[in-house]
Design a protein around this ligand. Structure first.
Ligand code: SPD
Length: 411
């Protein structure tokens, strides 16, 4: 347990866990007997001695708020709870100077009252002036939910400053302590102010320096504007189309993420808020380069990793065209990458995989697929670019295509 040392050293004396349970089973929070049973079971679970019986009283018999209040004395302090019947929420506090695991309390309470959601805030009672390491909790930390399912997660401290459930996905913007502004879609980090330059430079410049005459470019996804911003550094480019289903992402970016949204202002750019799949069906032999700046191959983004989609991309490209796509991290997604690589190779005659270091993505790296009808990226990377670059260089261009041994076998 994380706090054990602090307890042992005597720097921490006690812990108050405030747990909020949302959308509880209404029957459970209305039952005095269940509430008493909960206290008994919880104390057993966290090995806490009870002193005396659980006391319950009804509070606030008015129409707005009523329900049971509960208290229970335990070793070096108490458990208390309020069960609000109008909203089916429960507010539980556990304070003790005996060591216990607050996460265990949260998990047990959530299960007991069959709550759909829970939140926990932890306060430490400690020696004056001794600051303890902060323990992440859901109130002021973002955890990448897709990763949490797999038993790992990127956790970033931050304040949510925007949240919107669009018709397609959940859009959130955070103001984070270590990484500045951050965009998350369906609980997955898309970009942060701190390291987005690495991702956007690397999804764009290897392709645009490989193609000798990149004039017509299509971005699928990329509504935030970061990919467009990098393409605009190439003077040869005459026309940029950006097709992203979700208008709300672009709107959120314009309001909260000006460092990438500035890419949405260029005169060469036209934004289409349409389904990329349908958009491509009407384009034949048109683009020099297509960049797929998508979310991951789950949920609505999955289709952008399918054989049907790559065929449409192939047909929309000119006879010497090429495609670059966001292609996951090789540390965690080897199998997926292997499968999708096979699919792309059936459609495009040439294929490479390369990567960049982006600390806020899972495993700190992200890969890209480079599918080409004609040009080879290994013979490129020497063009001069306008504007400031922080990651890409001709040396990085070459190095990015050199893969670890275990990955060479996959591609
Ligand atoms: N694992 C998340 C990968 C996110 C890729 N899309 C980023 C969009 C930024 N323009």
């Amino acid at each position: 347990m994380q706090f054990a040392d602090e307890f042992k050293k005597g720097r921490m004396w006690g812990m108050l866990s405030s747990i909020d349970l949302f959308e509880c089973n209404p029957k459970k929070i209305r039952s005095e007997q269940d509430i008493k049973e909960y206290v008994k079971e919880l104390c057993k679970k966290i090995d806490m001695k009870r002193f005396g019986e659980t006391v319950t009283v009804r509070f606030g018999e008015d129409e707005r708020v009523s329900g049971y209040s509960m208290t229970q004395l335990i070793e070096t302090s108490l458990i208390s709870g309020h069960f609000a019947e109008q909203t089916n929420t429960a507010y539980i506090d556990v304070f003790s100077c005996k060591q216990y695991n607050p996460k265990e309390v949260e998990k047990f309470s959530k299960k007991f009252f069959e709550a759909k959601k829970s939140e926990i805030n932890i306060t430490y009672r400690k020696m004056p002036g001794k600051n303890l390491p902060e323990i992440p909790n859901s109130a002021n930390w973002f955890f990448e939910t897709l990763e949490t399912e797999k038993g790992r997660s990127v956790g970033i401290k931050g304040k949510k400053i925007y949240s919107n459930q669009s018709p397609f996905q959940n859009i959130e913007v955070y103001k984070t302590k270590p990484f500045g502004r951050m965009l998350a879609l369906d609980g997955t980090i898309q970009l942060t102010e701190f390291d987005e330059f690495a991702y956007h430079e690397m999804i764009v410049h290897p392709a645009l320096t490989t193609h000798p005459k990149p004039e017509k470019i299509l971005i699928i996804g990329g509504a935030d504007g970061g990919t467009a911003r990098e393409i605009e550094k190439h003077k040869q480019v005459k026309e940029i189309h950006l097709c992203d289903l979700d208008k709300e992402v672009g709107n959120a970016s314009k309001k909260f993420l000006p460092f990438v949204a500035k890419g949405l202002k260029d005169k060469r750019l036209t934004v289409f808020n349409e389904d990329g799949f349908k958009f491509l069906k009407n384009k034949k032999n048109y683009y020099d380069i297509i960049i797929v700046d998508s979310t991951d191959p789950v949920g609505p983004g999955k289709i952008l990793f399918s054989s049907k989609f790559y065929k449409l991309v192939f047909n929309a490209l000119k006879k010497d065209g090429l495609m670059v796509n966001q292609f996951e991290t090789f540390y965690y997604m080897k199998k997926t990458i292997k499968g999708i690589t096979k699919t792309i190779k059936k459609i495009f005659p040439k294929f490479w995989y390369y990567y960049a270091l982006v600390p806020t993505y899972p495993s700190g790296s992200i890969g890209f697929g480079f599918a080409s009808k004609k040009y080879n990226p290994l013979n490129a990377g020497t063009k001069k670019l306008k504007g400031n670059l922080k990651y890409y260089s001709k040396e990085i261009h070459k190095a990015a295509f050199v893969l670890p041994k275990f990955m060479e076998k996959v591609i």
